[in-house]
Design a protein around this ligand. Structure first.
Ligand code: AMP
Ligand code: ZN
Length: 112
């Protein structure tokens, strides 16, 4: 199995855990782009948002809810950003669906 995030989910590759449940695992990004930069990934391998099917819609909602809960526990009361990069033009570099939670500084818009 060659997927980086599958290996992080199953513990083959170490990571700094932030949250976990039966559907997802959240961990610190190795190259943080903000004081808080957490990735929330489904335990199931789904390559990208484009590859998510109707049967995954509840799971997608769960990932967002978990991101919001992590933001609450990290005291991001001034706001934060949730990002899903999808495909080459979207800037996706790891082909296992993941939600970025970024916060702890003023974020600019538009993104690059
Ligand atoms: P994306 O570019 O949207 O596919 O995001 C992939 C993210 O995974 C990047 O922000 C990387 O810094 C992060 N990343 C890559 N390898 C690791 C790792 N071993 N542990 C934690 N985060 C990682
Ligand atoms: Zn995977």
């Amino acid at each position: 199995m060659s997927c980086l995030f599958c290996q992080i989910v199953n513990g083959t590759i170490p990571s700094k855990a932030v949250y976990q449940d039966d559907q997802c695992y959240a961990f610190a990004d190795i190259t943080p782009q903000a004081p808080v930069h957490v990735l929330v990934v489904p335990r199931e391998h789904i390559a990208s948002l484009t590859d998510a099917e109707k049967s995954h819609h509840d799971l997608l909602g769960h990932l967002l809810g978990v991101a919001a809960e992590i933001a609450r526990t990290h005291a991001l009361s001034k706001g934060y950003r949730v990002v899903i990069n999808s495909g080459p033009d979207g800037g996706q570099s790891v082909d296992h669906l993941h939600v970025h939670l970024l916060g702890g500084r003023k974020l600019t818009w538009p993104p690059g």
